[in-house]
Design a protein around this ligand. Structure first.
Ligand code: ZN
Length: 500
C-alpha cells in the first residue's frame, strides 16, 4: 500500500477540493455552487501554503487521498507567490460574496482552543482528506503511517470538528486535548459545531516479527511495569492444542499475563499458576509460568466457536463464562499461596486487574491482546502490566490515567508493530522510564518420560499390576503440551520392580 504514496502536486488540487467539498459538508454553509467550489479550492491552497510536507494516495493514477502537514521550522513546500497566484481567482469569487461572519467566528474559536495545545508539539496535520466513497479502507491510515515514518516519535497535533471524520484520530490513538462547541450562523442554517484538538506521538515501525521477550521497567520509583511480545509462543500453543480463535485468544492473553507475573517470582523453582474456571463452553483454562521466561498452558475445551461480542471482538468472556480465577504461587514450601476471586468479565485482563486490587492491594493496569490472521494463525500477541508503588504521588496517577486513555485496544498497538519497549514508552509517556530487565520467553513444558514414571510409581504396585493385567499398556498424556508417554507390559514390570 505504501507504494501508492507520492508527493502532492499542484495539479492534485482539483481532486483535493472535490474531496473536501463533500466530506467537510460545505454545502451546509454555502448554497451557491460556484462560490462553494471556489471556497474549496481556496481552502486547499491556503492550507497548502503552510504545508512543509504534502502527500497523495494514488489509485489508478488519480489522487484519492491526501495529507498536508506542517513540521515546525521547516520551509514550506511551495513558494508563497505561486500559491497566491493560483488561488487568486478563487479569492476573487469569494470576495465578491463578502466576508462571512461565521468564518471569522470559527477562526476566533480555533484561536481560543489553540491555547490548550502545549509547547511539546513538533508539527501539525493541517489538512487531511480521503475520497468519500473510499473511506474506511486504510487509505487514511496509510497516509498517516507515511507521515509517521518521516517523524517517528515526534508529537503532532490536529484540529478537527464534527463536520469531519474526527473519529479517525481516536481510532489511531490520538489523545483528545480539548473539545469546544461553537454556534455558527450560515447562509443556509444555524448549526452547532463541535471542534476537537487531538495529539499523539507519531509511531512507525516496519512489519517485523520479533522474537518473544518481555521487559521490566520502573518509572521514577513510583511505577513498576512489564510488557511482552508473545506471538510465537501463542502460535505454538495454538498448534499443539489445535485451538479455535477464541481459545487461542483466551490462552494467549493468560500466558502473556502469567509470564509477566512470573517475572516477579524470587526463585527459579517457584511456579505461578492461573486457573480460570467458568460455566461457559470453554469451561476454563490453566497456565503455569516461572521467572525463567517459561510458560505452559491449556484450555479445558479447545474448539469453542462463538459469535463476536458487542464490541465485535472474540468473545473470550462469553466462552469462559461466570466463575472464578485462582492464582497459585508455589514457592516449594508445604503450602502454596492460593488466592481465589470471582471473575469480573472473563476477559482475563479485567479479572487480573481485579485480582491485583483485591488480593494484593496493588492498583494495576493490565492490558492483553491476541490478534489473529485471516488464516487463523496468530498475527500478534502481547500485553502489559503497570502497577503503582505505594509512594506514587497523585499527580503521577493523573498523568498515567491521561496516558491510559489513549490505550483503546492493545491489539492496535501490537498491530502497529510496537515492541514491548515501545508500548511502555507509549503508556508511560512523560515518565522517566528505566528498563531494568529484558528476557526471552517461550512455551516450555517440563514433562518427561522420567516424570511420568514417577507419577506411575506413586499410584502404587497394586494399581499398576491391575492396569498391566487388564490393559497391557498405559498411556499418559500431558495436558499442558500434548506429549504422549506410552508404557508397555515390560515397562510396567520395570516400574513395579522399582517399587519393591
Ligand atoms: Zn508436557
Amino acid at each position: 500500500m505504501e507504494n501508492n504514496i507520492r508527493n502532492f502536486r499542484l495539479d492534485d488540487v482539483a481532486s483535493a477540493a472535490k474531496m473536501i467539498n463533500v466530506s467537510m459538508h460545505f454545502d451546509t454553509y454555502i448554497q451557491d455552487e460556484e462560490a462553494r467550489i471556489a471556497f474549496c479550492y481556496w481552502y486547499v491552497y491556503s492550507n497548502l501554503s503552510e504545508a512543509t510536507e504534502a502527500f497523495t494516495y494514488e489509485l489508478d493514477g488519480k489522487c484519492v487521498g491526501f495529507i498536508f502537514a506542517n513540521h515546525f521550522g521547516d520551509t514550506p513546500l511551495f513558494d508563497e507567490k505561486t500559491i497566491d497566484e493560483l488561488s487568486a481567482q478563487y479569492k476573487y469569487v469569494m470576495d465578491k460574496q463578502g466576508e462571512k461572519e461565521y468564518v471569522k467566528k470559527y477562526h476566533a474559536h480555533l484561536e481560543e482552543l489553540s491555547k490548550y495545545i502545549g509547547n511539546n508539539q513538533k508539527g501539525q496535520i493541517v489538512l487531511f482528506g480521503v475520497e468519500p466513497g473510499l473511506q474506511r479502507q486504510g487509505i487514511g491510515t496509510t497516509l498517516l503511517k507515511h507521515l509517521s515514518s518521516l517523524h517517528n516519535h515526534e508529537r503532532y497535533f490536529v484540529m478537527t470538528d464534527s463536520d469531519c471524520n474526527f473519529t479517525f484520530y481516536e481510532k489511531n490513538h490520538f489523545e483528545l486535548l480539548v473539545q469546544g462547541d461553537v454556534e455558527l450562523e450560515t447562509e443556509v442554517m444555524t448549526k452547532t459545531l463541535s471542534t476537537y484538538v487531538y495529539s499523539r506521538t507519531l509511531f512507525y515501525k516496519d512489519n517485523v516479527q520479533p522474537n518473544d521477550y518481555l521487559v521490566r521497567a520502573n518509572a521514577n520509583e513510583e511505577i513498576i511495569a512489564w510488557a511482552i511480545t508473545s506471538r510465537n509462543l501463542v502460535e505454538h500453543a495454538r498448534q499443539i492444542h489445535n485451538l479455535s480463535p477464541i481459545c487461542t485468544a483466551a490462552l494467549g492473553r493468560s500466558m502473556s499475563a502469567a509470564l509477566m507475573m512470573g517475572n516477579n517470582l524470587k526463585n527459579e523453582q517457584d511456579v505461578l499458576t492461573l486457573q480460570f474456571n467458568g460455566n461457559g463452553p470453554m469451561r476454563g483454562l490453566v497456565v503455569s509460568s516461572n521467572n525463567k521466561g517459561e510458560v505452559k498452558g491449556y484450555t479445558k475445551v479447545t474448539d469453542v466457536i462463538m459469535p463476536p461480542n458487542a464490541a465485535r471482538h472474540l468473545n473470550v468472556g462469553g466462552a469462559i463464562g461466570e466463575g472464578t480465577l485462582t492464582v497459585i504461587r508455589d514457592y516449594g514450601l508445604k503450602d502454596p499461596y492460593v488466592s481465589t476471586i470471582e471473575l469480573q468479565t472473563g476477559e482475563i485482563a479485567e479479572d487480573l486487574t481485579y485480582y491485583f486490587a483485591s488480593s494484593e492491594q496493588t492498583p494495576s493496569v493490565v492490558a492483553l491482546g491476541v490478534l489473529m490472521n485471516k488464516d487463523v494463525t496468530v498475527k500478534r500477541a502481547g500485553g502489559l502490566i503497570v502497577q503503582l508503588l505505594p509512594n506514587c504521588p497523585e499527580e503521577s496517577i493523573t498523568k498515567l490515567e491521561r496516558n491510559l486513555r489513549k490505550l483503546y485496544a492493545l491489539t492496535d498497538l501490537l498491530d502497529e508493530g510496537m515492541t514491548p519497549e515501545d508500548m511502555l514508552t507509549f503508556v508511560l509517556e512523560g515518565f522517566d522510564v528505566n528498563i531494568t530487565e529484558k528476557m526471552p520467553v517461550q512455551f516450555k513444558c517440563n514433562c518427561s518420560k522420567e516424570r511420568s514414571e514417577q507419577v506411575l510409581i506413586s499410584i502404587g504396585k497394586k494399581e499398576l499390576e491391575k492396569l498391566r493385567d487388564e490393559d497391557h499398556k498405559i498411556s499418559l498424556n500431558c495436558q499442558f503440551c500434548g506429549s504422549h508417554y506410552d508404557f508397555d507390559e515390560n515397562d510396567i514390570n520395570e516400574l513395579i520392580s522399582q517399587i519393591d
